[in-house]
Structures are given as C-alpha cells and as structure tokens.
Ligand binder design. Structure first.
Ligand SMILES: NC(=O)c1ccc[n+]([C@@H]2O[C@H](COP(=O)([O-])OP(=O)(O)OC[C@H]3O[C@@H](n4cnc5c(N)ncnc54)[C@H](OP(=O)(O)O)[C@@H]3O)[C@@H](O)[C@H]2O)c1
Length: 277
C-alpha cells in the first residue's frame, strides 16, 4: 500500500514538474503553446477578411504583418489613424496583399455608439467579416487598495464592454452567414492572479467567462470562439497602463520598485500552477 502511494506521489510530482517546465519555458498558456506548435499555419487563412482592433501597435500590429504575409484581407482599427497608416504601409511592403485589401478604420473601442456603423463600413468594403480579433486593451498597475473605483470602471469599459459591444455588432452577420471566428486577446492574467494589477486581471477573467460561454453556445453553429492567453510581451502596454488614479498613466521607467515587485509576485504566483487548465 505504501509503495502504491509512493508511486502515485512520484507520478503527480513528475506531471507537475513537466507542466511547470512547459509554463516557465513558454510565453503563453498551454492551449496557445499547443496551437502554435500543432495548429494550422497562417497560410490556411489566405483570402479571409480579418478585422483587428488595437492594430496600431504591439501584438495587433505584429498580427497584421503575419496575416498580410499569409494573404489575408485586413481591416485595421485603433484610435491613432497615423499609426494605422504606418502599419498599412508595412503590410503592403512585406505582405502578400494589394492596397485595396487593407481598410484603415479608426475606431475608439469606448465609443460604443459608433460600433454599429463601423461594422457596416467593414461589410460595405469587404462584403463579409470572417474573423474578428478583439485585441485593443489597456493594462493597469497599482495595488488593489490604491485603485479607485473610477479606474476599475474604465478598465472594465475598455477591456470588457468595448469587446462585448463590437462582438455583438459582428456576431449577427456571422450567424447569418453561418460561419465566422471571434478571437479575443485575453492574457495569462485571465487565468491567474497577477498582483498589482487587479483591475486588469479582473477584466481578463471576465473576458474568459463571457467568451468561453459564447464558445459553448456557438459550438453547434459553426462560429468559432478563441481566447488567446499570451504571457508578457514587449509592447506599449505598460507605458499606457492605468495606475490607481484617474487620469494618470503608469510609466514602467518611473519606478524600478513598481516594476520588480509585480514581476517577483508574478513569478511566485506561477508556482501555484493555477494557470494549468
Ligand atoms: N503585452 C503583453 O504583455 C500582453 C500580454 C497578454 C495580453 N495582452 C493583451 O494584448 C492586447 C494588445 O496589447 P499590446 O501588448 O499589444 O499593447 P499596446 O501596444 O499598448 O496595444 C494596445 C492597442 O490597443 C489600442 N487601444 C487602446 N485603447 C483603445 C481604445 N479606447 N479604442 C481603440 N483602441 C484602443 C491601442 O491603439 P490606439 O492607442 O491607437 O487606440 C493599441 O493599438 C491587449 O488586450 C492586452 O491586454 C498583452
């Protein structure tokens, strides 16, 4: 009996060590690690119409380049039109698409009342939307006790309600066509507790709940829903992050302490392995 328990313990320990190594070596959750190794190649999306929000920098910008190389037709959205035009230029330079395959559509995710007409603009231009990538978002850096309710509200409005609002405009079109794909940029913070970032973490957990439910509801209707959970990625995310106070922007270079403490916390949190699902 003792031998049996000992081997069970060894088995569990071994499994945890393997998962821990995969997590520590990876830069995303296990689903994304698996999909990037064994999933379809971007070239499988050639000719698809993809609407990317938050395409003016960071992950959305890089995604635009990859999809342009794959020959997708792109609608690029964010608030900064000049940056979107810069991204468009790069897509045309290095991609596999023509000028008319890219629509630059400035959009403020917080102006919910514009989401319907923006969706109509995309449909008028391309006649369809195959994939919506809800990527626009902002982070937040401050302890829970230092974060005002106004910040919680702002983060939720952008990272959750903005995403829901746009999705609710695009989904009827996909349901009518009986096909489509909604992708949402969540985060590893949507699966674990990221200290000094409660509002952001809360918003990404909310996204997980809303869209995993949508995924189940759409499972027999040929609409795919994908939640993407990258780990830390170098981008403008920290420079533009909310702090605990309204109107303030967190600048990672302002305080070494405010950079190191969350990283240390994050490292410790990884050990609780709640990221594994
Ligand atoms: N970087 C990371 O470590 C990391 C990790 C996991 C998940 N993510 C997620 O990845 C997504 C992209 O972040 P990123 O790292 O690429 O950061 P980023 O470079 O700061 O990109 C954020 C994008 O969101 C857009 N945006 C911000 N507020 C907006 C608004 N009100 N309306 C429309 N667009 C808005 C920005 O464009 P404009 O300023 O031009 O509007 C920008 O294009 C976010 O959802 C983030 O939570 C990031």
């Amino acid at each position: 009996m003792l031998d049996f328990l000992f081997y069970c313990f060894l088995g569990i320990l071994f499994t945890y060590i393997i998962l821990l190594v995969l997590i520590l070596m990876g830069d995303c959750d296990l689903y994304l690690q698996f999909a990037s190794k064994f999933g379809k190649k971007p070239s499988a999306l050639k000719g698809k119409v993809v609407w990317i929000t938050g395409a003016s920098s960071g992950i959305g910008e890089c995604l635009a380049y990859e999809l342009a190389k794959a020959g997708c037709k792109l609608c690029l959205s964010a608030r900064r039109e000049q940056e979107l035009n810069r991204v468009k230029k790069q897509c045309l330079l290095h991609g596999n698409i023509k000028e008319e395959d890219i629509l630059v559509l400035p959009l403020d995710a917080l102006k919910f009342e514009t989401h319907s007409s923006a969706t109509q603009d995309v449909l008028k231009y391309f006649s369809k939307i195959d994939i919506l990538v809800n990527n626009a978002g902002r982070s937040q850096r401050a302890l829970f006790e230092e974060t005002s309710l106004d910040i919680d509200r702002e983060v939720i409005e952008l990272n959750v309600l903005g995403v829901l609002s746009l999705t609710k405009q695009v989904l009827p079109h996909m349901l009518e066509r009986k096909e489509g794909h909604i992708a949402v940029m969540s985060s590893i913070a949507g699966k674990l507790s990221a200290p000094s970032s409660a509002s952001y973490t809360g918003s990404k957990h909310a996204i997980q709940g809303w869209f995993s439910t949508l995924g189940v509801e759409m499972s027999d209707r040929n609409i795919k829903v994908t939640l993407l959970c990258p780990g830390p990625v170098f981008s403008n995310l920290l420079e533009t992050a909310f702090t605990g106070k309204a109107g303030e922007v967190w600048n990672k270079y302002n305080s070494i302490k405010s950079l190191i403490v969350p990283l240390l916390h994050m490292y410790l949190v990884l050990w609780n392995l709640r990221v594994i699902q």
